[in-house]
Write a new protein. Structure first.
Length: 255
């Protein structure tokens, strides 16, 4: 492919029909090599800038509470199953296969960090991501129902490449909330990926949903062909607090 054809293809990709017509018709581009080089640089830069803006827009639209990266994780401090599966999950093959990731364990073991980090990786790779805490998600669903916009939200929700629902188990919800969450996660079952973090083991999910049949059905849908990681381990935050207290006590002794 010569330079003229390359420029025409770039214009098609960037949706610049006027410039594309100019390149095709103008005698200037037939005779001036410099004109080709300058325009090629301009279009290449525009393509790169658009790629950066698209990544930023996807991250902003995901609504992460904090921008945490997987590279910021202290690998050695992660629970064993998380260490074993991290690279496999980082490949994002689970999104292509429509598989779920369930992270269960006590607070402070890296569940939310892993979930957000995988979401960030997905945004950078071109996937559309939705993030919410479970209580916030339930409130959103109830608001959409009361405003009669639930169906439009459903159509959008089932198309996300990755949905991340954080902190299942910290706050219980009523029958309406349980049913709304079940119906929306069922829309994605077997087709699109969902990451859920929870401080509760599956056997205790019934305490949140207050319905044994619904809990069993939801657990079955979420865990089918999924990564279920036991995140039991020592708390990052507790470890950092202990280290901070140790430094503070040493400084007091020195003074």
């Amino acid at each position: 492919m010569d330079k003229k054809e390359t420029l025409i293809e770039l214009c098609k990709e960037l949706r610049l029909p006027s410039i594309r017509r100019l390149i095709k018709s103008s005698d200037t581009f037939k005779n001036e090599k410099e004109a080709y080089d300058i325009l090629y640089q301009v279009l290449t830069q525009e393509k790169a800038d658009r790629s950066v803006r698209a990544k930023q827009n996807r991250i902003r639209a995901a609504n992460f509470p904090q921008k945490k990266l997987l590279d910021e994780l202290v690998i050695e401090a992660l629970p064993e199953q998380a260490r074993a599966k991290l690279n496999e999950l980082k490949s994002l093959a689970f999104i292509e296969k429509g598989q779920n990731v369930i992270l269960t364990g006590p607070p402070g073991t890296g569940k939310s960090h892993m979930a957000v980090g995988l979401g960030m990786e997905a945004c950078l790779a071109g996937y559309r991501v939705f993030f919410a805490t479970v209580p916030s998600f339930i409130n959103q669903l109830k608001e959409h129902r009361s405003e009669r916009t639930l169906r439009s939200f459903e159509l959008k929700f089932e198309k996300y490449d990755l949905v991340i629902l954080d902190e299942l188990g910290y706050i219980s919800f009523d029958k309406e909330g349980a049913e709304l969450m079940f119906s929306h996660l069922s829309l994605r079952a077997g087709r699109k990926s969902t990451i859920i973090t929870s401080n509760l083991s599956f056997i205790n999910w019934q305490d949140i949903f207050h319905d044994s049949v619904l809990t069993a059905a939801l657990t079955d849908r979420l865990t089918h062909r999924s990564y279920v990681l036991n995140m039991n381990g020592n708390s990052y935050r507790m470890r950092e607090t202990e280290e901070w207290l140790k430094v503070e006590s040493e400084q007091v002794v020195q003074n």
